[in-house]
Design a protein around this ligand. Sequence first.
Ligand SMILES: [Mg+2]
Length: 175
Amino acid sequence: MPSRPVIALLEPNLVLEGSVLALTPAVIAQHGLKGLVLDVDDTIISTHSAVVPPEVKEWMEEVKQIASIALVSNNLSHNRIRRIAAVLDLPYIFGARKPSRKKVRQAVQKMNLPFQEVAMVGDRLFTDVLVGNRLGMFSILVEPMQDSSRRRKRKTWLRSFEVWLSQILSVIFKR
Ligand SMILES: [Mg+2]
């Protein structure tokens, strides 16, 4: 089996310009996706918020019609992740240790779908995109969800670095 350069595992299959809300049913269908494994913090809800934004609830209701969905978070707070999953009525895993494959693999296996038809969706290259690529899933990098109550512009150096790196990688590895 030809080994893929490790750095290529950091290249997302799709970089969305916008938050997870930009992942419309049309985009999901266009890539032949039947399932989504969603990161939680800064992907569907700001790390600084405890409240799921109403627009995320609406988006979820729409997307649920066409795809199986599970939440897989590295957050160690069972309470936080359980509460968010309950609001959205979704299965969840917390403390997942992404980019470790174990928990994400479990979530996909429960969906009974081929890995390539399931997207790993998240805001981080080094956890979400990496684990998705390691499992042969369709990896999607989204922009971090803003805190809807404060609308803070949070562009950390790490986030900028990751976006820059994903752009470089997509140039290097375009086939
Ligand atoms: Mg995240």
